[in-house]
Design a protein around this ligand. Structure first.
Ligand SMILES: Cc1cc2nc3c(=O)[nH]c(=O)nc-3n(C[C@H](O)[C@H](O)[C@H](O)COP(=O)(O)O)c2cc1C
Length: 363
């Protein structure tokens, strides 16, 4: 039995993810609209992680400028996150091709095979979100090169299932493409747990919001530092006739007002003052521009404070490199402790990530 250090073991566990991303650590900085711009993205990539630019509702010209500006700050790999229902999706994909972006992540719904083909024809790797094992398999068949599974603990738009359950449902079975786990990850020990279950890497959002390099308004950062996990609440839908896509954010005056607003709109529809479609539109528009108001202008009362439950683990402003170093140190301690020999352990431990020689060959 050869001796290997905890770091070497960690590197084995996330080898597939690192190879896919082209990084030293398989920690993706989850794209966060308004927050994940050039500075945070470049800082994450420079520190050995994988920054992802959030396109959000940006028009193509703005995305092109942001990609170019990020390249000026880092020569390391980074990705671009595009929202599937963006009205200019194809032009955004062209921008990614022109700028030789290496990885494109499609969020906000399943990308079509045409979208995936357009990404890959442009020379980039395509990533998609998978809320179930079956949809993950379908995405890979359609052309996705890797998947992100994101649990309900995450900040922003969320699905209904917890990260731990999604991970158990998907990771042991879906081996045909690298899978990155997102939602509720705030410590390195959790990263190890998902890697040992078969993940190739992780995606972390909330934990990076208060990075020194993050341009989020000081008020936004203060709200994160003060908040505990239970403050990060999913938005509530009052009436199934008026569906609300759940968003996890810190509760504030805006989220309370949203409930009251829904009540008023529903009463106006029931009273015949508005049609159902008009009411739906009013409810959909309630949060328009609200994330920008909070992140950029610092309106933490009525803006949207999108945050995951791991906000409880955000205790101070820290440079990205320190956040990553902390996560890695915790992961190493977990690995060393688990196998009982200080900072070293034996390589006889079952090795999922390296079990199949085809695994690394596939990326
Ligand atoms: C403020 C904020 C904005 C976000 N915006 C986006 C987005 O534009 N696109 C996207 O795919 N995910 C978005 N997310 C989700 C993150 O990319 C990431 O998957 C999530 O934060 C991971 O969970 P965690 O917050 O528990 O770490 C956002 C999350 C936050 C907190």
């Amino acid at each position: 039995m050869t001796e290997t250090t905890a770091r070497a073991r960690l590197d084995q566990l996330w080898a597939r993810g690192c190879a896919f991303l082209g990084t030293r650590t398989a920690v993706m900085g989850g794209a966060m609209s308004w927050v994940s711009e050039r500075h945070l993205v470049a800082a994450i990539s420079n520190a050995g992680g994988f920054g992802v630019l959030a396109c959000g509702s940006m028009p193509p010209d703005a995305l092109a400028a942001e990609i170019a500006a990020t390249k000026a700050l880092t020569d390391k790999p980074f990705g671009v996150n595009l929202i599937n229902m963006h009205p200019d999706l194809n032009r955004l994909l062209d921008v990614c091709r022109e700028q030789a972006v290496g990885h494109v992540v499609i969020a906000g719904g399943f990308p079509s095979s045409a979208t995936l083909a357009r990404i890959k024809d442009g020379g980039a790797k395509a990533m998609a979100f998978a809320p179930t094992l079956a949809s993950g398999r379908r995405m890979v068949k359609l052309g996705a090169d890797a998947l992100v599974i994101e649990g309900t603990e995450a900040g922003g738009h969320i699905g209904p299932v917890s990260t731990t359950v999604l991970a158990q449902e998907i990771l042991p079975d879906l081996r045909e493409a690298p899978v990155f786990v997102a939602g509720g990850i705030g410590r390195g020990e959790a990263i190890v747990a998902y890697l040992e279950l078969g993940a190739s890497g992780v995606q972390v959002g909330t934990r990076f919001v208060c990075a020194t390099e993050s341009i989020a308004h000081p008020n936004f950062k203060k709200s994160f530092i003060r908040a505990s996990a239970r403050d990060a609440q999913a938005s509530v839908q009052l009436d199934p006739r008026f569906p609300v896509i759940p968003v996890r954010a810190l509760a504030n005056a805006g989220s309370a007002a949203f409930l009251e607003f829904q009540r008023t709109v529903i009463a106006r529809v029931d009273g015949g003052e508005l049609t159902r479609d008009e009411g739906l539109l009013e409810i959909e528009h309630f949060w328009a521009g609200a994330l920008r108001r909070a992140v950029i202008d610092g309106d933490v009362e009525f803006g949207s404070l999108m945050a995951g439950q791991s906000v409880g683990l955000v205790t101070r402003e820290q440079p990205v490199a320190d956040i990553l170093a902390e996560l890695i140190a915790q992961a190493e301690t977990a690995l060393a402790g688990r196998h009982g020999v200080g900072a070293s352990l034996t390589s006889s431990v079952p090795d999922r990530a390296m079990a199949s020689p085809s695994v690394l060959g596939a990326v």
